[in-house]
Design a protein around this ligand. Structure first.
Ligand code: CCH
Length: 287
């Protein structure tokens, strides 16, 4: 009797695993979407949500999901990510208790694991913010630039050379779309599987400028089917970056270990977790 406190739903591991499974089971639902999987574009969504972080001001990062709103959704770097946000909308409807910010990151973790990548420990606790928290344009990398730009952008998030190179290995996945970034084509022959092929191809192929009317990009001399951005090429043009490219090309286990660690760090930039929040490791569906 008396004033009963209303029951608040406190999601547990199994609830997050259920969200994970719902995403995993839909990744390949549309055969005609790109290379047959929404995995790559979900990884890009989680990265662009996180990569706005500025360590000096503590602004940006995955806490907030402010890319739901213009102007951030209209930033040039985010072109095409509506496909990923729309893909997740039915999942949000099915599990209304999860915040968009936690959902987008969980989707990135799910996509990496389901595309046979390493396990990425996950913590929930992000809160959605409103339009006022949108970050200014220009915080994400510009593909037309070189190594100084990469260091400026990623040092601002708090990453060193080794971490920059490990993160770049995500370009084993997915492709560039003319109607999104202006660039064209995939980096590897298996764009829906996490591998160290990006590093191997950077070193083993001969790369030449693509002759076309689009933005300056490289193509492989052998098949002309693969591409590299100027920023991709910068990590073999720069001696210090290249040392890590050589290591990751030679050792997939090392790449998986370092990639899991750096992605875990990226996805948590600027998130004020309560100390009791434990990391969850989700069971893959596509094992
Ligand atoms: Fe990236 N990326 N990325 N990228 N990216 C693009 C696509 C993907 C840069 C530019 C581009 C990371 C780093 C960089 C993915 C993950 C990561 C595209 C094509 C451009 C341009 C977009 C389009 O046209 O659809 C630049 C510059 C950098 C500098 O470092 C990092 C870090 C990550 C993740 C950890 C993924 C995945 C894609 C494929 C998306 C898709 O739809 O297939």
């Amino acid at each position: 009797p008396g004033s009963a406190t209303p029951k608040v739903f406190t999601p547990k591991f199994d609830d997050y695993q259920a969200v994970y499974n719902a995403i995993a089971n839909r990744l390949e639902e549309k055969d005609d979407y790109d290379d047959g999987s929404y995995g790559p574009v979900l990884v890009r969504l989680a990265w662009h949500a996180s990569g706005t972080y500025d360590k000096e001001t503590g602004t940006g990062g995955s806490n907030g999901a402010t890319m739901r709103f213009a102007p951030e959704s209209d930033h040039g770097a985010n072109a095409g990510l509506k496909a990923a946000r729309d893909f997740l909308e039915p999942v949000k409807e099915q599990f209304p208790w999860i915040t968009y910010s936690d959902l987008w990151i969980l989707a990135g973790v799910c996509a990496i694991q389901e595309m046979l990548g390493p396990q990425i420990p996950y913590r929930p606790g992000r809160q959605d913010k409103d339009i006022a928290a949108c970050t200014p344009d220009g915080r994400l990398p510009d593909a037309s630039q070189g190594q100084d730009h990469l260091r400026n952008i990623f040092n601002r998030m708090g990453f060193n050379d080794q971490e920059i190179v490990a993160l770049s290995g995500a370009h084993a996945l997915g492709r560039c779309h003319v109607d999104r970034s202006g660039y064209k084509g995939p980096w590897t022959f298996s764009p829906t599987v996490v591998t160290n092929d990006y590093f191997k191809l950077l070193l083993d192929e001969k790369w030449q400028w693509k002759k076309w009317n689009g933005p300056k990009q490289y193509e492989d001399k052998t098949t002309k089917a693969l591409m590299m951005l100027p920023t991709d090429m910068a990590i073999i043009q720069d001696k210090k970056f290249k040392e890590w490219v050589v290591k990751y090309a030679a050792d997939n286990d090392l790449f998986f270990k370092d990639f899991a660690a750096v992605i875990g760090k990226l996805f948590e930039l600027g998130v004020p977790f309560s100390e009791s929040t434990e990391k969850m490791v989700f069971k893959p569906v596509n094992a």
